[in-house]
Design a protein around this ligand. Structure first.
Ligand SMILES: Cc1cc2nc3c(=O)[nH]c(=O)nc-3n(C[C@H](O)[C@H](O)[C@H](O)COP(=O)(O)OP(=O)(O)OC[C@H]3O[C@@H](n4cnc5c(N)ncnc54)[C@H](O)[C@@H]3O)c2cc1C
Length: 450
């Protein structure tokens, strides 16, 4: 008789944790299969540091095969779930279709970039939800500064030195905070004594008084609107000190190839529009035809999908009742996803008679925001911290939370503290391969017909 098979779709915070917990619990009693488009767990909170050239991309990519030895990895993206036949269809990275039977299913497919119906945004903005977008942004920013330093046209130089981030949640705030430090470092490397742009100076380079400019926009009245007000104040102060132009209660009316039109009528010339307005659940959820709540799959407090006794879901993709806040659902954060993954694993084990099922209940433990340099904003256990101490707590937290690669991350941080940033762009991820509107921001899009 074949072993029972538990299939986990998605190897992010929730799926990875569930696979790890189950593989320890069952020790071979059931087959644990993890389906994911790529062979690594992506530690998303450190992605802004990849885009800013602090960390190399593989540092935040933890090998699934290397850290989950008792789990079978299937590389692929699930396109269909047949709940009647208990079968999945998936497409592997080489475009071949496959099928996979399951006895129990855990869906942890996470989320994708959220779009707003604003003209030109889908064509001219890039999101920040996966590794390809981070690699694209690092190259793009590096290229803008290099090209600003070589053009003879001062207006073009100014546009290339302007970076607009929309959305001042933790992703947008970290991208702008790290980005400003990154472009200052790049500009320094491109500056030449007496070098001027647009006035025919022979030695070229970025003009000494042309500091790259970052703008951070949000319709909310403060940065980090979803977090404690004290964190907002700290982040705002650090951003302002770095010259980031924070515009609250401001949004984009239209995006064009030359820049963005703000809703107050100002037109900002730029080649860089970074879209961090939030996320929506992975489109696979919608395709399943099951009840959803704001796009997230409805589950009960045991993370079970009502009416589907063999299916559980958690993380960003699931609307998990928040037992600490009556009538609300848990927010889309790694903090919840990891803990839900663990509970889902326990409840799957319980469905085989190992222990008893338990409800998901977790009190918010606070948040950490890495602002780059020696700055941070954090409120562990709701104690507000700022400055270098917050930065140390934030980095310590990330190291502790990462399931692997800790020494490599630490080594990159130490190297960054003493060496200049590398001003090179490899150009391997092109603009067209990371469209804002994508059901799979975790993989770069291939050319048509490939
Ligand atoms: C830049 C950034 C910074 C963040 N910083 C923080 C932070 O500091 N603290 C915090 O608490 N939260 C943070 N978050 C939010 C946090 O990362 C998410 O809430 C968390 O990743 C959700 O975990 P998940 O397991 O639901 O999804 P994910 O971690 O996104 O994992 C989903 C997995 O499913 C895979 N997948 C998707 N579709 C399919 C499919 N059809 N078939 C197979 N596999 C599929 C994906 O490739 C991925 O591996 C950040 C998010 C971003 C983007």
């Amino acid at each position: 008789m074949s072993r029972s098979r538990i299939v986990i779709v998605g190897a992010g915070f929730a799926g990875y944790q569930a696979a790890r917990t189950l593989s320890r619990r069952f020790r071979g009693a059931a087959e644990i299969v993890l389906v994911n488009p790529h062979d690594y767990f992506l530690y998303l909170p450190l992605l802004p540091e990849v885009a800013a050239g602090v960390l190399e991309p593989r540092r935040v990519s933890v090998s699934l095969a290397g850290t989950l030895p008792r789990v079978r990895l299937v590389l692929g993206e699930v396109s269909e779930v047949d709940l009647e036949r208990r079968q999945l269809r998936y497409r592997d990275p080489e475009g071949r279709d496959g099928e996979l039977r399951y006895d129990r299913l855990l869906l942890t497919v996470g989320s994708v970039n959220k779009l707003l119906p604003i003209p030109g945004v889908a064509e001219h903005a890039h999101g920040f939800r996966g590794m390809p977008e981070a690699l694209y942004l690092r190259d793009h920013v590096t290229r803008q500064i290099a090209m600003a330093a070589t053009t003879d046209d001062p207006a073009e130089s100014a546009a290339r030195c302007t970076f607009v981030v929309v959305g001042a949640g933790y992703t947008g705030t970290e991208v702008a905070a790290h980005g400003a430090l990154f472009t200052d470092a790049l500009a320094k490397q491109h500056s030449r004594p007496g070098g001027t742009l647009g006035d025919g100076a022979k030695d070229g380079g970025l003009r000494g008084d042309r500091r790259p400019k970052w703008m951070l926009l949000d319709i909310a009245p403060r940065v980090l609107p979803e977090l404690d007000q004290r964190l907002s104040k700290t982040a705002h102060r650090v951003l302002a000190r770095r010259g980031v132009d924070v515009r609250t209660e401001t949004s984009v009316k239209e995006a064009t190839a030359d820049g963005v039109l703000l809703d107050d009528g100002e037109f900002v010339r730029t080649h860089s529009l970074i879209w961090c307005v939030g996320v929506r659940p992975d489109p696979l959820v919608e395709q399943m035809g099951l009840p959803t709540e704001r796009g997230r799959l409805v589950v009960d407090e045991y993370l079970r999908v009502p009416g589907q006794p063999d299916v559980l879901a958690c993380g960003d993709a699931a609307a998990v009742p928040d037992l600490t806040r009556e009538g609300e659902f848990t927010p889309m954060t790694a903090q919840h996803a990891v803990r839900q993954g663990k509970v889902a694993a326990h409840n799957l084990a319980a469905s085989y008679g190992y222990g008893a099922a338990r409800p998901y209940k977790h009190h918010d433990l606070g948040f950490t925001v890495d602002l780059g340099g020696l700055q941070g904003a954090a409120n562990p256990l709701h104690v507000p911290l700022s400055g270098p101490f917050a930065n140390a707590v934030t980095r310590g937290y990330h190291l502790a939370a990462m399931p692997g690669n800790r020494v490599r991350v630490l080594a990159d941080w130490m190297l960054d503290a003493v060496l200049p940033r590398q001003a090179v762009q490899l150009g391997l991820v092109r603009s067209w391969s990371v469209p804002l509107e994508s059901s799979s921001p975790e993989v770069a899009r291939l050319p048509e017909g490939a």
